[in-house]
Design a protein around this ligand. Structure first.
Ligand code: DGL
Length: 270
């Protein structure tokens, strides 16, 4: 048993989709969430900048006595996970490995699609991971930079013509390529899963990278007897910009009203 909290971070509030999965799966855990709302988005930035930001995010989280860190951000997981793991003496889970494994397991025709931010797609990390597990899997990868701002503006529901049009335009070549599995390689995309699912059709299985990562972290901690033993854990939230709009935006990603404190962090100090 380990009662210490799990730290979770993301470039912004999108990582709350992964936090939601962690809470569902491990309701007894205390969670500390950091969202770098002052510097979001990371998805269009260089690898060097992503790594610098990620190191500061981890340094802040490590000001708490944590048992593990979950990197909810697809962009950070794809570009900086190895460095973060090498530099820190606690378990760090990213979304790439678990999502790649889930996709390879799910595909029947060995054609897997991948969507994410420009930096995630540029990294080639998902392809590398899937190729390691099964070299016969063919990956069609596509950056979808308009998805993040659309979701952040509340535009993700079926019937929203703007979102449906953008999904159709981005994903038409993906559909054409005949993939039977599609990795949602970004924190924000689970909110679009209905619209994406409707467009891709029922034959295409969608892989939620945050949920896959939560599964992996839960399994790993469970196997080592490191899960907390309490009925209900608490969440503390930290952001690097104003806390004012936090509750409204956070509830979009969490799918429920936010309970727990929210505090501001001077992230550049870390
Ligand atoms: N959190 C990022 C990701 O999952 C999306 C937002 C951003 O570009 O920072 O890739």
């Amino acid at each position: 048993m380990d009662q210490r909290p799990i730290g979770v971070f993301d470039s912004g509030l999108g990582g709350l989709t992964a936090l939601r999965e962690l809470r569902k799966l491990l309701p007894g855990e205390d969670l500390i969430y950091f969202g770098d709302t002052g510097r979001v988005p990371y998805g269009g930035r260089s690898r060097e900048t992503i790594l610098r930001y990620a190191r500061q995010d981890v340094a802040f989280l490590r000001s708490f006595d944590l048992k593990a860190i979950v990197v909810a951000c697809g962009t950070v997981s794809a570009n900086a996970l190895q460095e973060l793991k090498g530099e820190n003496d606690l378990p760090i889970f990213g979304v790439v490995g678990p999502a790649a494994a889930a996709a390879v397991k799910a595909t029947r025709n060995k054609k897997v699609g991948l969507i994410g931010t420009a930096a995630s797609i540029r990294s080639g990390a998902y392809e590398e991971e899937m190729g390691r597990i099964d070299p016969t899997v063919r990956v069609t990868a596509l950056a979808c930079p308009l998805f993040v701002p659309l979701v952040e503006n509340g535009r993700f529901r079926p019937g929203d013509r703007v979102v449906e049009l953008v999904v159709e335009e981005y994903l038409a070549p993906m559909k054409e390529s005949g993939v039977d599995t599609l990795v949602l390689g970004c924190t924000h995309y689970p909110l679009l899963s209905q619209v994406i699912g409707n467009f891709m059709g029922p034959g295409v299985r969608l892989i939620d990278s945050g949920a896959s990562c939560a599964d992996r972290a839960g399994e790993w901690l469970g196997e080592r007897g490191m899960l907390a033993e309490r009925a209900a854990g608490a969440c503390r939230y930290f952001v690097s910009d104003s806390t004012q709009d936090f509750a409204r935006l956070a509830s979009i990603f969490l799918g429920e009203t936010v309970t727990g404190t929210v505090e501001r962090v001077e992230i550049e100090k870390y």
